[in-house]
Design a protein. Structure first.
Lengths: 366, 217
């Protein structure tokens, strides 16, 4: 059965690939899809989600960085965004943090009689809706091409240096407050405030306007946030601190991701209240009260780390809030997650693999 | 003919101008005010209709008084000097408003449950909606600037006050829905989120004001 399910995933991912051109990229795509097929087979076979998912997720993030930088290098001869590049990438984090701006512009278009003028983002909405309906908050652990960065650093050690398993009351909602704040500030300033002032991932790009004192402040903030939340804290406490506290998209998905029927639930009859799930959860989605009440917060990313940590197997995917006792919810969720994550990864992982192969085969030149 | 005479009356025409300015630019006005108002209402919004109406009344009284003063002052300034508000006025107004927001949020987040600082209902807390309305009224948004510019041209304090009264009435229409909607979702969790949002927004604007005042000139 595990093999059959993996074949379904491989076939679904391969169909669009076969409609494209052949060559080295085609071969790289097939190789990557085979890799996904193998990983999904191991997950179905062993019942352990976190290991193979983490590996896939980490490759996704670093391949994105490599592909993005290589594209910049090809376009402008620099790994930074330069004035030669007119179109700056606009990621999912930027989209939600400027969501009110899009609504406002749409309102202005309607008020001026241009109701047919829809933002190009309206088309992206369809993919987001499909992904959110399918895996909800699972986007943040299966398809986000940034999440793999702090996952990398949080996976470096088996045990955390600092055992910060509990948060002060309300602290987990900081990302929600940040989401609301950046949405409001972006609307008031008609600028993507999060991208301009807070996003540590922005350190990997640059600005189009001249270097000023403000620019130095912005870079200092990006560097500080990046070092602290993407590298240092994940290494020290073994948690995905950027995703948990600094990513507005995570908070957004925690709210709207509820439209997906899939949940992660605890079986109260099997749970021994050992709190291993609380310790394993990389984004603080389970707290002590939650363990007692067998409740997992809406911030849960469906990563599966708690399943593997649970000594009694009390936690699993469910449809709705109760565990059905059958493997069906797990199978349906995992197929959806591999397909959504796999589709996103096909946009840049095969190409990044090719670049690495060429780079290595050229003796690390070029 | 009678209609034309009616609109030629300076009182009527200035009221009409203020009213139209508020109606036509109210959405811009709202986008400037929402960052302060929404977190505040998330934190302090009351579920009871009477309590919420009281809060609304305090906020809009503060805002009205600020607008009347601004209108009167701009008219007086225009009449005497044909001058302008000092450039740094905007930054100072922003710093005071953002500072008040940071103080309010910090009090809610960090000091409320500290025994030594606990008080039944401090005066500042009780009057905060009025203060917020007053400080927000003084904060410069594009429609406010257009209004001020017009009043500097007219140079009459009485007409300035009337202009801003009319502007207050029409622009308030865009803020009212928040007062009605936010309390519907009131919960302890949302109050904490609101206070954290207020702290973030206040800190952001405070940094912006300080930077603009001391580093960009």
């Amino acid at each position: 059965m595990s093999f059959g399910l993996s074949v379904v995933i491989v076939l679904c991912l391969s169909l669009p690939v076969f409609s494209g051109a052949g060559g080295a990229l085609f071969a790289a795509k097939l190789a990557w899809i085979s890799g996904i097929g193998f990983a999904s087979y191991r997950v179905f076979r062993t019942g352990r989600v976190s290991g193979w998912r983490s590996l896939f997720f980490i490759i996704l993030a670093w391949a994105f960085i490599l592909e993005f930088k290589a594209t910049l290098l090809g376009l402008s001869g620099s790994v930074w965004v330069t004035p030669e590049i007119r179109e700056v990438p606009y990621c999912h984090i930027a989209i939600v943090s400027t969501f009110l701006n899009h609504l406002y512009y749409q309102y202005l278009a309607l008020m001026s009689g241009h109701w047919l003028k829809w933002s190009p983002l309206a088309a992206g909405l369809l993919f987001w809706l499909l992904a959110t309906l399918s895996i909800g908050q699972g986007w943040c652990s299966w398809a986000c091409f940034y999440g793999g960065l702090d996952t990398t650093f949080s996976s470096l050690r088996k045990e955390p240096f600092l055992k910060w398993f509990h948060l002060p009351r309300g602290a987990r909602d900081f990302s929600l407050a940040l989401l609301i704040a950046v949405m409001l500030l972006s609307l008031a300033k008609t600028q993507p405030v999060y991208c301009l002032w807070l996003c540590p991932l922005k350190i990997s790009t640059g600005f189009l306007d001249p270097d000023t004192v403000i620019r130095k402040w912005q870079f200092a903030i990006f560097a500080a946030a990046g070092i602290l939340f993407v590298i240092a804290l994940p290494v020290l406490i073994k948690k995905r601190t950027f995703c948990a506290f600094l990513c507005p998209f995570g908070a957004w998905q925690a709210i709207v991701g509820r439209i997906s029927p899939f949940r992660v639930s605890i079986n109260p009859e099997v749970c021994t209240l050992c709190q291993q799930c609380l310790k394993a959860c990389p984004i603080y989605a389970i707290d002590a009260t939650g363990v007692k009440e067998h409740k997992i917060s809406s911030y849960c990313n469906r990563c599966g780390d708690c399943f593997d940590a649970c000594p009694t197997g009390a936690i699993d995917y469910s449809i709705g809030k109760r565990l059905s006792g059958t493997p069906l919810p797990r199978i349906l969720f995992l197929i959806s997650a591999w397909l959504i994550g796999g589709s996103v990864s096909l946009l840049f992982v095969p190409s990044a693999i090719l670049k690495i192969i060429r780079w290595v085969s050229s003796g690390f030149h070029g | 003919m009678a209609d034309t005479e009616f609109f030629m009356n300076p009182l009527v025409s200035i009221s009409f101008e203020g009213l139209m300015l508020g109606l036509s630019t109210g959405s811009v006005c709202a986008t400037t005010c929402f960052p302060f108002l929404l977190p505040y209402l998330m934190t302090e919004g009351k579920s009871g209709l009477r309590k919420q109406a009281f809060l609304l009344l305090k906020f809009f009284s503060g805002r009205l008084i600020a607008y009347l003063l601004a209108g009167g002052f701009a008219g007086w300034l225009g009449g005497r000097f044909r001058g302008r508000f000092p450039e740094s006025f905007h930054d100072w107004a922003l710093i005071v408003l953002a500072g008040a927001m940071v103080f309010f949020a910090s009090e809610r987040l960090f000091f409320k449950k500290t025994a030594c600082l606990r008080s039944p209902k401090p005066f500042v807390s009780r009057q905060f909606p009025f203060l917020l309305g007053f400080l927000m009224g003084w904060n410069v948004c594009p429609p406010f600037l257009i209004g001020i510019d017009r009043l500097l041209e007219i140079g009459n304090p009485a007409l300035g006050t009337i202009f801003f009264f009319a502007f207050f009435i029409s622009s308030s229409l865009y803020l009212l829905p928040l007062f009605l909607l936010v309390p519907l979702f009131s919960s302890d969790r949302l109050r904490t989120v609101g206070a954290m949002t207020a702290l973030l927004v206040g800190s952001g604007y405070l940094a912006k004001g300080v930077f603009a005042l001391f580093f960009s000139r």
